[in-house]
Ligand binder design. Structure first.
Ligand code: NDP
Length: 476
């Protein structure tokens, strides 16, 4: 029988996705630019299901039932375009091309447009969960047309992660919506990891706890509101001992965080949308700073820190304060992330169901967390919630933790431990809740130096002061 679906690009992600499909009983045609990966897949895992190896794309296309469904899982960017260009002339109207790589959503919109003109469906599908998720059940965020989703749904929902029997896969919206949401997921992941790293750093430097002791703290946190994959693996990494030195593994790792770019994209896009995503921005900047070896070397041990580098805190109380700071800051990062999704959804007419996004992130993906149930519930209560932070549940959570959060930020500043994520999140929270912001002064300055005009609190209209003349107000 012809294959039901094809995967081209058999590096870690594509290979595991193909195996996941085969293990779930689907007949999968497989192809890779260099044949060795195809051969290796068949040799090692051919027994797992019905695979049809193909030596080239024409052979791959010929092995499929119609309408054809082809998943591209190659390096994002030009390689994806190269594969699409080679594939398109081989396809017939109604065929479905899925890009499951980490494409920029603007590329996905362009590709969707181009293929639609040829009568083909193009689905940009975000896939999260890394290697392990691809094999055992990822979180899947497909965009594209509703017709193409209807055709893919039985397969995608089967291979996705499941939480309480529900698949972590839903049609996100048209064209680039799926890749946009996947990008945002990665941005949130950046913020989450930065906050975790700050919590670790504070416990280490303020309390002098060992990596192993901090692993225990995270393990305990993982049984409460913070329960999540990232908190769980933090405990795992912190308790790891380096084999060759006997030192904590984390102490033997070079402290320069790398990035592949999805966090940076998120921040760039959010800047264009005009949505503050300070949690993600600080996370991206913190990674950049960590990798800025030249400047760090020039400053380390040269720039003075505080004279009073010890904080007088109670061990257990401080641990609990840091937990609150982490939870509240994390909540801010998610609130900002969902604001960005809503803004993009409005701008591009995607009509994204925010609660459904929280739902499909509960399993499979890197940011899977207990907390996402609370977000889903918040949007169930009010689909038009202006910010997650004003939902009653989250409002109370922050209200309970804010004094602790403030103490942690103050302590970090006092002892000179960088906590850009915690402090930016707190500033955002205070900015959001402020009845009046100093933006009024900024408007005044703008009007003085650039005649940019201002609005008044008591009257409609735009105004300008004749700053260099009689300082009389005029209607602009
Ligand atoms: P890589 O991103 O390392 O890409 C390697 C694959 O791309 C190989 O199959 C390679 O073929 C193929 N390729 C590269 N250039 C071309 C080209 N010009 N034409 C045809 N094929 C080409 O693989 P991953 O499995 O890590 O990731 C695949 C996609 O999934 C990427 O878009 C990635 O961003 C995304 N992703 C990755 C995750 C991860 O955890 N790794 C998680 C989620 C998404 P060849 O063997 O011939 O070199």
């Amino acid at each position: 029988a012809p294959a039901q679906i094809a995967v081209t690009g058999l590096a870690v992600m594509g290979r595991n996705l193909a195996r996941n499909l085969a293990r779930n009983g689907f007949r999968v045609a497989v192809h890779n630019r260099s044949q060795a990966r195809t051969d290796a897949l068949i040799k090692e895992f051919g027994h797992e299901g019905e695979f049809t190896p193909a030596a080239d794309l024409p052979e791959l296309v010929a092995s499929l039932e119609q309408p054809r469904k082809i998943i591209i899982m190659v390096k994002a960017g030009e390689p994806t375009d190269a594969v699409i260009d080679e594939l398109v002339p081989l396809l017939d109207k109604g065929d479905i091309v899925v890009d499951a790589g980490n494409a920029h959503f603007a590329d996905t919109r362009r590709r969707e447009d181009a293929l639609r003109e040829k009568g083909l469906h193009f689905v940009g599908a975000g896939v999260s969960g890394g290697e392990e998720g691809a094999l055992n059940g990822p979180s899947i965020m497909p965009g594209g047309s509703p017709e193409s989703y209807a055709a893919l749904e039985p397969m995608l929902t089967k291979i996705a992660a499941h939480v309480n029997g529900e698949p972590c896969c839903v049609h996100v919206g048209p064209d680039g919506a799926g890749h946009f949401v996947k990008m945002l997921h990665n941005g949130i992941e950046y913020a989450d990891m930065q906050l975790i790293a700050e919590a670790y750093d504070l416990l280490r430097h303020v309390l002098g706890l060992s990596a192993t002791e901090i692993a225990g703290v995270f393990r305990e946190w993982n049984s409460g509101d913070l329960e999540s994959f990232l908190i769980e693996i933090t405990a795992e990494v912190l308790s790891q001992v380096d084999e060759s030195t006997g030192q904590p593994f984390v102490d033997m790792v070079l402290d320069q965080a790398e990035q592949k770019g999805t966090g940076r994209w998120t921040v760039q896009v959010a800047l264009d949308l005009g949505i503050p995503v300070s949690g993600m921005a600080e996370a991206v900047f913190a990674r950049s700073l960590s990798g800025d070896v030249v400047r760090r070397k020039a400053a380390a041990g040269v720039l003075p820190g505080p004279s009073e580098a010890k904080a007088d805190v109670d061990r257990d109380a401080f641990i609990d304060d840091v937990r609150h700071a982490l939870y509240s800051s994390k909540l801010v990062a998610y609130a900002q992330g969902f604001d960005a999704i809503r803004a993009a959804s409005d701008q591009y007419g995607w009509n994204i169901d925010l609660g459904a996004m929280a739902k499909i992130w509960r399993g499979g993906c890197i940011i899977r967390a207990r907390f996402l149930d609370r977000i889903k519930e918040a949007y169930d209560r009010d689909a038009n919630l202006p910010s997650l932070l004003v939902d009653d549940y989250f409002k109370d959570a922050v209200a309970n933790g804010q004094d602790a959060w403030r103490r942690v930020v103050a302590t970090a500043a006092t002892v000179g431990v960088p906590a850009p994520g915690f402090s930016a999140a707190l500033s955002y929270y205070d900015g959001l809740r402020a009845e009046r912001l100093p933006a009024a002064l900024i408007q005044g300055l703008r009007d003085l130096f650039g005649a940019h005009t201002y609005h008044r609190v008591d009257r409609e209209g735009a105004f300008h002061l004749d700053w260099s003349g009689d300082r009389k107000e005029q209607s602009a």
